[in-house]
Write a protein that binds this ligand. Structure first.
Ligand code: SF4
Length: 78
């Protein structure tokens, strides 16, 4: 009898994504901060910036929302 043994190591297929922001294009509207406060904040220059630029699959939805609400489309996630 074949004994099936499937073990998944948690670290194997964790996909990550990279956030790029064209900071100079940001108009400081705060839409990204409102939709994804866990990873976006307004800086002292009045423009938003990502807290982390490398995010996991779990953090993707929130940051995708930020990308889609940005009126000047300066947030890019790859
Ligand atoms: S939504 Fe876009 S323009 Fe508005 S603060 Fe965020 S990055 Fe800047």
């Amino acid at each position: 009898m074949a004994k099936e043994k499937k073990e998944k190591k948690g670290t194997l297929s964790e996909k990550s994504y990279k956030i790029a922001q064209e900071h100079e294009k940001c108009i400081g509207c705060g839409a990204c901060v409102a939709s994804c406060p866990s990873n976006w904040e307004l800086g002292t220059d009045g423009k938003a910036k990502p807290i982390k630029t490398k995010i996991s699959e779990k953090e993707l939805a929130c940051n995708k929302e930020a990308e889609s609400v940005c009126p000047v489309q300066c947030i890019h996630i790859k």
